[in-house]
Write a protein of this length. Structure first.
Length: 199
């Protein structure tokens, strides 16, 4: 069973799943609809959101989100903000308390005005390590292995650094000044495989 679950198979979720698979992780990319799952398995590509990019053979595909998160040591949430709570709430209790969670969701929750990391912390209250990963990197660039910039943030700087290390292990870092748990970096692609989530 994969040790990383990526919830949401849009462009960014798919791109991150591809990156993590290429660096040697066991990854489950989770879709919502059975017909979408069948298409992804047939084509080994996500033509609707990330055309022209093949899915690695080792990337697992699921639409049973409970099964995917149950054994995951790390859960990446890539669901549009207006659907995020509804999508995550039914499986939140299945997420391990020692797992790490990263939101790559844009926007806030309209009803509560919570940020996505706040919403995830409320819904999956047993999880203490919650971080955010954001652009200006683009999905197509990331999936193609082109130079890209991303920012990791968390309430704890240590968690932000862990998230950055986990995702950007194949990038040479040029760290920027840090404040309040935020860590910005930019980089160029290079070969590197030390990408564990460190305690």
């Amino acid at each position: 069973m994969a040790d990383i679950a990526v919830l949401g198979a849009g462009a960014f979720g798919t791109a991150l799943a591809i990156i993590l698979t290429r660096t040697g992780h066991g990854v489950a990319l989770c879709v919502r609809r059975k017909e979408a799952l069948a298409q992804l398995r047939k084509d080994r590509a996500n033509a609707a959101y990330l055309p022209g990019v093949a899915l690695p053979a080792a990337l697992e595909l699921f639409n049973d989100w409970s099964e995917a998160v149950r054994s995951a040591k790390f859960v990446v949430v890539a669901v549009p903000s207006r659907f995020a709570r509804k999508a995550i709430a039914p499986v939140a209790h299945e997420i391990r308390s020692d797992a790490g969670m990263i939101s790559v969701i844009k926007g806030i929750e309209e009803d509560s005005l919570m940020t996505m990391s706040q919403m995830l912390a409320e819904v999956a209250h047993q999880v203490s390590r919650v971080a955010v990963l954001s652009g200006p990197g683009f999905a197509a660039e990331l999936a193609a292995g082109l130079p890209a910039a991303l920012v990791a943030a968390a309430a704890s700087e240590a968690v932000a650094v862990q998230a950055e290390t986990f995702f950007l292990a194949n990038v040479a870092y040029l760290p920027q000044p840090r404040r309040s748990g935020r860590r910005a970096c930019r980089g160029r692609q290079k070969r590197h495989r030390d990408c564990g989530w460190r305690q």
